[in-house]
Design a protein around this ligand. Sequence first.
Ligand code: FES
Length: 69
Amino acid sequence: MTDEPTAAASITVCHRGPLLIRGDFDLLDDEGNPIDAGRTTIALCRCGHSGRKPFCDGTHKRIYGTADD
Ligand code: FES
């Protein structure tokens, strides 16, 4: 990363992996109900294979390999 984020939250798209959300954010389900993220940095699954959606559980590594593959 070249610059510090200026927004309240930042979203990092991980190669073959999750979206990393850092900062002050609200996480809501598809009906607008809050989901307790429990922390200020979370990884949201974008591969669709996590066993604990919406959070990443690392399954993407088994499916797509690591970023170095
Ligand atoms: S992105 Fe990690 S399990 Fe889907």
